[in-house]
Design a protein around this ligand. Structure first.
Ligand code: GLU
Length: 304
């Protein structure tokens, strides 16, 4: 497969233009990013890699971080985690409060904000230095120590994060949160603020394309069974109320973030990241969705 030729076709075919949507503005710091940024990076299990555009520029990974925190929490807590968060698609927006009341404070899945906040709470109770331990884990996955929180993004979200605060407090009132609201939010906003390039994200996500093994060292980081579980949740819940649409169009498990990044995984083949900050109405990168649809169409490779 000539992946570079396919990426070149995609780069030519899809030019970002301002009609595609807006960069996230409910986190003011994210609205400062140039909306026309566009990059892609694909890494194959055989070690070959392909890229174009702004693939080496760092951006805010936002909800893509939820895959890393889930992976860590699953390793540390095993099945106990599922007593506090479910694995059903939500069909509602990422920051929705509606089902929480109906479902007694148990979030639908670990990739909506409420679910990821429960995961954050579980990690806070288990890890010695939650923020540093998370960074250490992500750095290890992509074999690169040059990964950090973007303090200005974390601060910006903290200042405007009324909805996330409401989610924590509501779940706390129903007994599904153990730590202090402020401490959990500090951890959650920091995990979302991690800045990474398309290359770094892709390499980290090779874990889910390579049976739980590190892309470089081949160390078994998590069990293949965990990969099956996490990829399944990405497939059904990775794009909030657009998870069905992404699955239908792209046919791969993946995860988006409001920083405009999308990572997708083809088990046993490759991981790929696209970054374009303009979001559609559901909060997913408008161009990113199109590009990944074209990738699986041109390669003829999806999991279905
Ligand atoms: N930090 C964002 C929030 O909590 C993440 C949302 C996203 O990337 O989907 O609202």
């Amino acid at each position: 497969m000539d992946y570079q030729a396919i990426l070149n076709i995609i780069q030519k075919e899809f030019k970002p233009n301002r009609d595609m949507g807006n960069a996230a503005n409910y986190i003011p710091e994210l609205s400062k990013v140039d909306p026309l940024k566009f990059g892609m990076y694909l890494y194959c299990k055989d070690g070959s890699s392909y890229q174009f555009g702004d693939s080496q520029e760092k951006f805010s990974i936002q909800s893509i971080s939820k895959v890393f925190t889930l992976t860590l929490a699953k390793e540390l807590l095993g099945k106990d985690l599922w007593k506090r968060v479910d694995v059903e698609p939500s069909g509602t927006a990422f920051n929705s409060l509606t089902e929480l009341e109906r479902e007694h404070g148990i979030p639908r899945n670990p990739f909506i904000n409420a679910g990821s906040i429960v995961v954050a709470d579980a990690l806070m109770s288990t890890l010695e230095n939650p923020k540093q331990d998370l960074l250490k884990f992500v750095r290890k996955l992509c074999g690169d120590d040059n990964i950090n929180f973007d303090e200005s993004v974390a601060k910006s979200e903290k200042k405007h994060g009324y909805r996330n605060k409401a989610l924590v407090n509501y779940m706390k009132s129903l007994g599904n949160i153990n730590n202090k609201t402020e401490t959990i939010l500090d951890f959650y906003f920091h995990q979302c603020s991690i800045a990474m390039t398309c290359e770094q994200l892709t390499k980290a996500f090779m874990l889910y394309a390579n049976e739980g093994k590190h892309f470089q060292t081949q160390e078994q980081v998590i069990a293949p069974q965990s990969v099956k579980r996490i990829n399944s949740i990405m497939q059904t819940c990775g794009f909030y109320d657009e998870a069905g649409e992404f699955s239908y169009r792209v046919g791969l498990p993946g995860k988006s973030g409001v920083g405009g990044g999308i990572v997708a995984v083809h088990p046993e083949q490759y991981a790929v990241t696209v970054w374009s900050p303009m979001l559609n109405k559901k909060g997913n990168s408008a161009l990113g969705m199109k590009v990944l649809e074209e990738l699986t169409t041109l390669t003829g490779l999806s999991i279905f």
